[in-house]
Design a protein around this ligand. Structure first.
Ligand SMILES: [Mg+2]
Length: 439
């Protein structure tokens, strides 16, 4: 029989912050989205204070006074690094791993011998000790059942009494008696099922299907007629038939975008040039990461529809002479686009860059390149080696260590950078920000 596990970090962003600031343990903590807009992660204590997922910061700000709520700006560099550390430990759990999101991995345990629940507990303890992140682990015969088991494992820990306490932290549905699995399903609301969104959940309930047990008891063929193939697949997965494969390798992206709202309105072309250079640089690095080139660069700028300003917004697509993954060529194209659409006299709130017409870097157009200087020949071997070196330096010394001059001088003098007034240090990826322990 197939067995799949889902390992999922609890309140992941908050947990990452707590590793380096243990004083946050037991406190209501939230992490805010870019530009400190709204809550994107909450500690259990913050949930208990009534903070909702996605709730705007200004609506909960008063809780800092009344409940000691701590709000932090998102520190994605830290979270991404912690995520990699966690995923590398999870890799030892079974032969096939799908990194599903920043804090979740599926692992195929089919054919893995021994007590899988016990192995799960050991893995959980190891991640907690080595990385510092508490996890929930769900195990079941299909991905959907592993997700359900994970929900039970996390809820049993967070809300004692909701499920049997022995299922907290690690829940292995594949090892439980059928009758108990049925009872767990009967006690779980249908909207908790992976793949059942709020709309479908409401329709199911309207037809008397309130809990997971009732959903799993439906006839798959009728479900397909009434809803869709997707819901049918979910029902079959709940019944124990695997329909959703593990994806070991994430499919390459068809387009790569970097867009940002500015921390403050931007009026000067030069500031926009810096922003567009940096966005393109970041997108180009991702492009090289998936070994692709792009044929067109889209650049856009716009004012904020939420401000009483004069409104303006435009985008432009700049085709490249030949497909490229060279930051210099892409930035040149993006800046040419920016020059064409920029109009003075507006307060710009957002800009972005999209790389389009992506293809594999192995596809090379045979063409006479009249550039004679090897060093500046974009896409020549020298240029490719240069880009590789830049990527390695930035990986090692932190994003932006080596950049094009048009990105300007980094630091707080930039007017366009995101508002991140409450960001913690990037402890694990910047030498200057490494935590200091005093004995
Ligand atoms: Mg999580």
């Amino acid at each position: 029989m197939a067995v799949v596990a889902l390992v999922d970090g609890n309140n992941f962003y908050v947990s990452c912050e707590r590793v380096f600031r243990p004083s946050l343990n037991g406190q209501p903590v939230i992490v805010l989205s870019n530009n400190d807009g709204c809550a994107i992660a909450r500690s259990n204590e913050a949930r208990a204070c009534g903070v909702k997922m996605g709730q705007p910061w200004f609506q909960v700000k008063h809780l800092t006074e009344t409940h000691g709520l701590v709000a932090l700006s998102a520190n994605f560099e830290l979270y991404a690094d912690m995520s990699e550390r966690m995923a590398s430990l999870i890799a030892g759990f079974g032969p096939v791993q799908e990194i599903y999101s920043i804090d979740e991995s599926f692992v195929d345990l089919t054919g893995v011998r021994g007590d899988l629940t016990e192995r799960g507990r050991k893995l959980r303890a190891r991640i907690l000790q080595w990385v510092g992140i508490p996890c929930g682990i769900g195990i079941g015969p299909t991905k959907t059942l592993a997700k359900l088991a994970n929900h039970i494992a996390k809820t049993a820990e967070r809300k004692p009494g909701r499920y049997p306490p022995e299922l907290a932290q690690v829940c292995n549905l594949a090892a439980l008696p059928q009758a108990q699995v049925k009872s767990l399903m009967a006690h779980t609301e249908v909207g908790e099922v992976w793949g059942i969104g709020a709309r479908i959940a409401a329709q199911l309930k309207a037809e008397g299907v309130h809990d997971v047990g009732a959903l799993a008891a439906l006839d798959p063929a009728s479900v397909r007629r009434r809803w869709s193939v997707t819901v049918e697949r979910t029902v079959r997965e709940l019944q124990g038939t695997a329909c959703i494969e593990l994806e070991q390798v994430a499919p390459d992206k068809q387009e790569i975008a970097t867009t940002r709202s500015f921390g403050h309105a931007v009026t000067e072309l030069n500031d926009l040039r810096e922003a567009v250079t940096e966005f393109t640089t970041r997108a180009a690095q991702k492009l090289r990461g998936q070994h692709s080139t792009c044929g067109q660069v889209l650049c856009f700028i716009r004012t904020s529809p939420f401000r009483p300003d004069k409104q303006y917004g435009r985008s432009v697509i700049v085709p490249l002479i030949r497909p490229s993954a060279d930051t210099r060529a892409l930035v040149q194209a993006a800046l040419r686009g920016l020059n064409a659409i920029y109009r003075p006299g507006y307060r710009y709130a957002k800009a972005g860059v999209m790389l389009l017409e992506l293809q594999s870097e192995t596809i090379v157009q045979g063409e006479l390149d009249l550039t004679t200087d090897e060093a500046t020949k974009v896409d020549g071997p020298a240029a490719r080696a240069l880009m590789g070196t830049v990527d390695r330096l930035n990986d090692r010394y932190g994003r932006g260590s080596v950049q094009l001059a048009s990105a300007g001088l980094s630091g707080d003098r930039r007017t366009w950078t995101m508002k991140q007034e409450r960001r913690t240090p990037r402890y694990t990826t910047r030498w200057q920000e490494m935590p200091i322990a005093r004995a």
